[in-house]
Design a protein around this ligand. Structure first.
Ligand SMILES: *[C@@H]1O[C@H](CO)[C@@H](O)[C@H](O)[C@H]1NC(C)=O
Ligand SMILES: *[C@@H]1O[C@H](CO)[C@@H](O)[C@H](O)[C@H]1NC(C)=O
Ligand SMILES: *[C@@H]1O[C@H](CO)[C@@H](O)[C@H](O)[C@H]1NC(C)=O
Length: 328
């Protein structure tokens, strides 16, 4: 497992996206008295060749701010393609500081990615099931409930030198980066949060920090000699701290699925709920996923429904399942 984890993180480039059709159509959001549903935007880190039409198709109630990191002429782009998705996220925050919607969801561009918290790694149900009133009440919410990878202790800094694992490059680089990102704050002993740098925040939460803080984080990203892989991951394990959560932020998994996604019938142990997020054998899904499986086998809609049903001891409601199975 450790080996696979390392490969995943090495390849974790840029990949997800979200939407909330059902709830935004059926619930009036309790933001302020007399105010309509919250305004909401996906901030998508992408490269020119990515296709995000699935987002517009399945989550049309969200606005999209797509950052293209490898095209200097794109409508929305970054000063330099460095630091993975963090550069796009920080550039959005700096560009939009005076004009945020109520909710901002930061994500990669791909629909199917190993790190999406879904039995088929499909971002569509993840995004469609989001419980907006809860997200508003939390102000920062990670898009993963499963603890693998990142919880409960991705990094520990008080180890004796003999116990430091040289392959944990982010853990080794984090303390010095922390001093630059959060001057005057003391390094926590442990940092843990669900991986993969996809999360939702409210305008108010972002604006609790002055724009200068976000400029400092981005300048650090521009200036650091660290590999993108490491600097991107340092931010990946800092967003929750930036947005006011404790250094170890690993909510109870069962409650998390219920509150964040409305999936309240899952049977869970600590950190996971059955095979709701099956640990993938590779970090790249096969072309044609999910109708093509890991071994190249073709899967019918019934097969996929069966996989979803088997993924958790108690299956999702028929209504959720049917929405989740709209493939492409
Ligand atoms: C970069 O973006 C511009 C504006 O959308 C587009 O016209 C151009 O074709 C893009 N360049 C490449 C290399 O894709
Ligand atoms: C760039 O922005 C303009 C104006 O909002 C829009 O019409 C156009 O489709 C955008 N181009 C791309 C490639 O997103
Ligand atoms: C679901 O689980 C049952 C019982 O273990 C098994 O027979 C069936 O093949 C599984 N279906 C799928 C699609 O994995």
């Amino acid at each position: 497992m450790v080996r696979i984890v390392v490969v995943f993180l090495g390849l974790s480039v840029i990949a997800v996206s979200l939407r909330t059709s059902y709830y935004s159509q059926h619930l009036v959001m309790p933001t302020e008295e007399g105010k309509g549903p919250p305004s909401k935007t996906f901030v998508v880190a992408s490269v020119e060749k990515d296709d995000i039409s699935w987002l517009h198709k399945h989550l049309p109630e969200w606005d999209v701010s797509r950052y293209v990191v490898d095209n200097a002429s794109a409508n929305l782009t970054v000063p330099r393609n460095k630091g993975q998705e963090a550069m796009a996220y920080l550039t959005y925050i700096i560009d939009s500081y005076d004009n945020f919607p109520d909710l901002i969801l930061f994500m990669h561009n791909g629909r199917y990615q190993w790190h999406n918290d879904d039995p088929l790694y499909d971002a569509v149900p993840v995004l469609q099931n989001l419980q907006l009133p809860y997200l508003i009440s939390q102000q920062y919410t990670n898009l993963r409930c499963v603890w693998t990878l990142g919880c409960p202790a991705e990094m520990e800094f008080n180890k004796s030198p003999a116990n430091v694992d040289a392959s944990k490059t982010t853990e080794i680089a984090y303390p010095e980066a922390f001093q630059e990102l959060f001057p005057g704050q003391s390094l926590p002993p442990t940092v843990g949060v669900a991986c993969c740098a996809q999360f939702v925040v409210t305008r108010e939460k972002i604006r609790e920090r002055p724009i200068e803080d976000y400029k400092r984080y981005r300048q650090w990203l521009l200036d650091t000699p660290l590999d993108d892989y490491v600097s991107g991951r340092i931010l990946e394990y800092s967003w929750h701290i930036i947005f006011g959560k404790p250094p170890v932020h690993c909510p109870n998994t069962k409650e998390c699925y219920c509150r964040v996604f409305g999936q309240c019938d899952l049977e869970c142990g600590e950190g996971e709920c059955g095979q709701h997020w099956p640990f993938p054998p590779y970090s790249t899904l096969p072309p044609g996923w999910p109708t093509v499986g890991w071994d190249g086998e073709t899967r019918s809609e019934e097969d996929l429904a069966g996989l979803r049903e088997n993924a958790t001891t108690t299956s999702p409601t028929a209504e959720i399942r049917s929405r989740a199975l709209v493939l492409t």
